[in-house]
Design a protein around this ligand. Sequence first.
Ligand SMILES: [Zn+2]
Length: 161
Amino acid sequence: MRKILECHWDWVLPVKVDSIGRRLSIQVRKLDPLNAEHTGLSGMVEIQDDLKLAYFNASESINRQRFALAHGIGHLVLGHVISAAPRLVDGEDGRHYSASNSSQMEQEANNFAMQLLMPKDAIDYVINQEKVNNINYLAVKFGVSEVAMHARLKNLGWMYY
Ligand SMILES: [Zn+2]
């Protein structure tokens, strides 16, 4: 993850998750509301031949779109999508529907998304430099939900409850 951020992140916040996906040779697409296979999904990733695709749901909030995309990029980068199981879908309620579902892969993809959207160095910098102690401010600045920011701050040791 550190390498991905070093190579592809311009230190601008919020992190441009779609452009980082493209720089990792992942095509970013919207789920098609008219496609029955896409109904009820928050995100989906697949490999078609050698093409890596990450989909997001354009009708969800921007923050959810960003998280779903970062999560999907995580599935692809972490090798969760393989030729034997070329597609992984994420439901709107956060559950997987695919047969290859595993809660460990979900957790790994969520960790990847948290690190991508809320890089440790950036969080530490903003908190130290701007003397911020307001979760809402940080959530807006990083383009994530307050719930996600709260989890990340706990994870980084900035909060204990
Ligand atoms: Zn997932």
